[in-house]
Design a protein around this ligand. Structure first.
Ligand code: E4P
Length: 223
């Protein structure tokens, strides 16, 4: 299972990369908006420069999302974003216009992450349009009392049935149990917020065990 970090924050990306567990990055316009210090003066060129900085830190797929609703404009922007770095994956929403753009871009060798996916039918369409990744948003489904992981299970089964090469990238992860469930189901990738990556390693027995070992280590004299 590959781990992507779900953030546009360069410090978080560097810190997670230093742990040696990071395989890629996902961003979206809301995550980018969070790190912009001067929103009045942040341009599209600044956005592209920020994606380039992420690509310099992590040697793996970096999702950059289109910021327009029309297929023709998504295609132009997708080509532009893909030109930033070989590792850029263009994120398109699973709408009618998004689907057209995905089909066109993927046919031209640009990797696509189909985003805002909330149903198995949307996931089938993403695969048929040639998306490299499909992103079911589990947390947002849980938020409306629908089991997000049930969708991941359905997509993994459907893709297995037809050997679709599209990878299942579990998104909108909110806590460690989402990561465990995604791994048990056999999802290809989990994109995880920085805070949750930290939570993955925490266990109270590790903390109390280490405290005891450090106390007892006092008997071991340094030479
Ligand atoms: C990543 O690809 C998604 O955009 C992200 O996981 C959405 O997360 P959220 O539902 O917590 O905003």
């Amino acid at each position: 299972m590959r781990f992507f970090i779900d953030t546009a924050d360069l410090e978080e990306i560097k810190a997670a990369n230093d742990l040696g567990v990071l395989d890629g990055v996902t961003t979206n316009p809301s995550l980018v908006a969070k790190i912009v210090q001067d929103p009045e003066n942040f341009t599209y060129e600044d956005f592209k420069a920020h994606i380039a900085k992420i690509c310099d830190i992590v040697d793996g797929p970096v999702s950059a999302e289109v910021t327009t609703l029309l297929a023709e404009e998504m295609i132009v922007q997708g080509e532009d974003l893909a030109a930033i770095h070989d590792n850029v994956v263009v994120k398109c929403p699973l709408t009618l216009e998004g689907l057209k753009a995905m089909h066109h871009l993927s046919a031209n060798g640009i990797r696509i992450n189909a985003t805002l996916v909330f149903s198995p039918t949307q996931a089938i369409l993403a695969a048929k349009a040639g998306a490299s990744y499909v992103s079911p948003f589990v947390g947002r489904l849980d938020d409306i009392s629908t089991e997000g992981m049930a969708l991941v299970e359905q997509i993994v089964d459907i893709y297995d049935n037809y050997r679709f090469p599209t990878e299942v990238l579990v998104a909108s992860i909110r806590h460690p149990q989402h990561v465990v469930d995604a791994a048990l189901i056999g999802a290809d990738v989990a994109t995880i917020p920085f805070k949750v990556i930290g939570q993955l390693l925490k266990h109270p027995l590790t903390d109390t065990g280490l405290e005891r070992f450090m106390k007892d280590a006092a008997v071991i004299k340094k030479g």
